[in-house]
Design a protein around this ligand. Sequence first.
Ligand code: PLP
Length: 427
Amino acid sequence: MKFARRDFLKKAGLATTMGMFHGIVSCKDNSAPQKASMYNGPEASAEDIRANFELDPEYIHMAGMLLASHPKSVKKSIEKYREALNRNPAKYILENKDSLFTLVSESAAKYMEVKPEEIALTDSTTMGTALLINGLHIRTDQEMLTADYDYYSTHRSIDFKVRSSGASSREIAIYGDIHKVSEEEIIDKVIREIKPSTRLVTGTWVHSATGLKIPVKKIAEHIAAINANRSNEDRVLFFVDGVHGFGVENQSVGDLGCDFFSAGTHKWMYGPRGTGVLWGNSRVHGEVSPTIPTFTYGTGWGGEMTPGGYKPFEHQWTVANAFHFHMKMGKEYVQDHIHSLARQLKESLAKMSHITLLTPMEENLSSGIVCFSVNGMTPEAVVNKLTEKKIIASKTPYRPSYPRLSPGIYNTSDEMEKVLRAIRTLG
Ligand SMILES: Cc1ncc(COP(=O)(O)O)c(C=O)c1O
């Protein structure tokens, strides 16, 4: 169906790559973007989308989950802002700073389906996570509950908060065997660990250790039931590191049901490096205080939580273009494309006798990350061998570590076949 639409566009002469993805242009002085106006689903083919990325064509790129290459429209926007700032930095900032902050917040809000004033602009998932946990209102008799495979930045932020607040923390396993994991098991393991003293529960939407996707919404519904009998100060707050679902899953963040959500926009969102968002549900804004003084006054909780200081604004402002790029492709198209490539990988890997697939096959328990192991080979050896074959993979920074593939919006099914052929020869 997508291709039918593409054909139509091609016939209509509308499908030129540049034309489609220029996205946001010109506000006050041709360097600033207008409000993103067209949020209307898939408009391009995989080839058109791929042509937007300047990825080295010598390689198959399967590690975009670490740090994205960004599309041409994003690059162009960064260059425009950079030129404008170089020409007249003080004047440009004074004239445009507020409207561009609003533009980014509104674009993010539209994509996330939340309110703009609920969004803080950060430099990364890590920064959002740290700002949230550091600013959390917690008593010494309360605890933070975290999962063993939550990300390093969550764990360290909790360690720091334990030191500064006197509250305690507890780490739990949220499943027994990755090969048998189910949504019910995860929900049960998290919920039964919540005590009257539990103030914070952390979750990672898609685990970078295994590719497991957790049922955030269902966990949030159970937490809401527990909170029905709690006061604000005793309320269980649910924080999610959402970075590896954000820009993949066709899901409204506002509908996930969690309280706080942090994600970098420099991975699956293909935004400028050093950018991210922290979202806080309005119902719990009073439960956290800012850490870094903002320069963005009068824009609600999101503004207050947005760290101040002068920074590479050309990157921060261009985040609007990244959201626009995604909305042009359409969330449904993005999810379908990435899930189908991941499924193609998993289905073949599962049949190879020298491979153990780690990531669950089920769509409700997985997203765009595929982890596996190769009999008799270390993850380094696998990644190195694949690099020799011009395939860029990564390995998980956890113990045990696994080779990991993360197909992006720019990858094709043919590329997955090449990757699978290369892995077959490792046996
Ligand atoms: C689950 C998870 N959260 C956060 C990060 C770090 O993201 P950022 O660079 O946006 O801080 C990573 C690393 O890729 C990760 O795997």
